[in-house]
Design a protein around this ligand. Sequence first.
Ligand code: IMP
Ligand code: MG
Length: 171
Amino acid sequence: MAELILVLSQEEIETAVANLAEKISADYHRREPVFIGVLKGAFVFLADLIRHLSIDVKVDFVGLASYGNNRSSSGKVRLTKELEIDIENKDVLIVEDIVDSGLSLTYLVDYLSAFKPRTVRICTMIDKRERRETDIRIDYAVHVTDKGFLVGYGLDHAEVYRNLPAIYDLK
Ligand code: IMP
Ligand code: MG
C-alpha cells in the first residue's frame, strides 16, 4: 500500500505562494512578463501564483514529457506542446512543478532561446537537489528538498494524485 507523508500543508502552500507572488510582482514591476507553465505538473501552481500577482502578465504553456510511469527521469525529454505566444524581447518566467535532474529545464531553456526572449528565469514549486545533473540556476523556489518522491498540488505518480491540495512524500 502506498503511504502519503505530509510535506507541505494546504495552508503552508497558500502562504508561501502568496509571498512568492509578491516578490515576483516587485521584481517584474512594469515589465509585463510572459509566464510559461510546464505541463502537466505546473498547472495548479501557476493558477494559484498568477492570482496573487499585482502586475500584468501573459500566460502560455509548453508540454514536456520525460518520465513515463517511473520515478526517475528517462533522460530523454520530449516536447508534447509547442509555445504559442511570441516571446521575442520579452521577459520570460518558466513555471515548473519540480526540478529534479534538471534535464527537462535545460532542454526547455534551449528550446526557448531560439525565440530570442530578453530574459529567461526559472520559478519552481519544489527544488529537489539530490539527483541534479545540470548546473541550471533556479531563481525562485517555494520549497527546497534533497530527495523523496513528491505528489499532490499538480505533482503526479503515474498520472494519479495531481488533485491533492497538499504535497506529500509517496512512500
Ligand atoms: P527532471 O528533468 O529530472 O528535472 O524532471 C522534471 C520533471 O520530472 C518534473 O517536472 C516532474 O514532472 C517530474 N518529477 C521529478 N521528480 C518528481 C517527484 O518527486 N514527483 C513527481 N514528479 C516528479
Ligand atoms: Mg514538470
